[in-house]
Write a protein of this length. Structure first.
Length: 277
């Protein structure tokens, strides 16, 4: 009798354990369903390209990740590298701080926002305004900017979207003079200007900080208002680069829809860029 009772108790225990396991499985399924999770679903998003666009993209990624179960990786390089990555399927989409060129095939660009290109000098430099023609002469020929202490030019390397836009806007067609410093990232330009009182450089307006000073161009300051109105001459688009015919993953499509929609405009505006919506 005692053995029979023990057997009955074991059988009941097995049933309870089975019920609990089933409930746990159902519960986990419900949780996955509520979170939109699917077995094998890719929740990683990779974006690469422009060092000018990167700070804004990082802010957009952080805002989106707060409410979505995705992991967004933003790899900073250059516009040219981001475009190449997109063409070679090495990212979900790329970032460019210039318009796409006709010879860049197999991709398309969508404008995220507008940005100004700020001319910057050391905080100790007395210069507050420069002329477009003088800036062009300095970068092309090494001609010092008249009536100033500025004798050196700091620019970006050939893969930079900021350089491409800067050169196009100033109509620099024959490259820079041999002693111009060519740097790979926005942060490098800021650091170089901090360490030189006789140099001028250029960076994204959105990357301006208190470590350097922006100067006006032909009497017009680089401000959101002047960029938006078109009175400040050095401005360009921030472009999202997509591969032709590529179907984005659900995670990548969701983030793309967010940054290109109205929800992201507050983040873009607070970061100091000019919204398109």
């Amino acid at each position: 009798m005692k053995k029979q009772n023990e057997k009955q108790m074991k059988n009941q225990t097995k049933k309870v354990v089975s019920v609990l396991c089933a409930a746990a499985l159902l519960g986990s399924g419900a949780i996955l369903g509520a979170c939109g999770g699917k077995k094998g679903e890719n929740k990683n998003v990779t974006i690469s390209g422009s060092s000018s666009v990167t700070p804004l993209m990082e802010k957009l990624a952080a805002a989106y990740e707060q409410d979505h179960d995705v992991r967004i990786t933003v790899n900073m390089s250059s516009s040219g590298a981001g475009i190449s990555d997109t063409q070679n399927d090495l990212n979900d989409f790329g970032m460019s701080s210039r318009k796409l060129k006709d010879e860049e095939k197999g991709i398309k660009g969508e404008t995220l926002c507008m940005d100004g290109i700020a001319l910057i000098v050391n905080k100790e430099c007395a210069v507050t305004d420069v002329k477009k023609a003088d800036v062009k002469a300095l970068y092309e020929n090494g001609t010092a900017i008249p009536d100033t202490t500025i004798t050196a030019a700091i620019g970006r390397d050939a893969s930079s979207g900021t350089r491409s836009a800067f050169d196009e806007l100033l109509k620099i067609t024959n490259g820079y003079f041999k002693d111009a410093s060519l740097l790979t990232e926005t942060g490098n330009v800021i650091e170089a200007i901090q360490n030189s009182t006789n140099s001028i450089g250029y960076i994204s307006y959105g990357s301006l900080n208190d470590n350097v000073k922006a100067v006006s161009l032909d009497g017009v300051a680089c401000t959101v208002e002047n960029i938006k109105s078109g009175t400040y001459a050095l401005q360009r688009p921030f472009v999202i680069v997509l591969k032709d015919g590529k179907t984005l993953s659900e995670a990548a499509q969701g983030f793309y829809d967010y940054i290109m929609g109205t929800s992201a405009q507050t983040v873009i505006s607070k970061a100091g860029y000019i919204t398109m919506k």
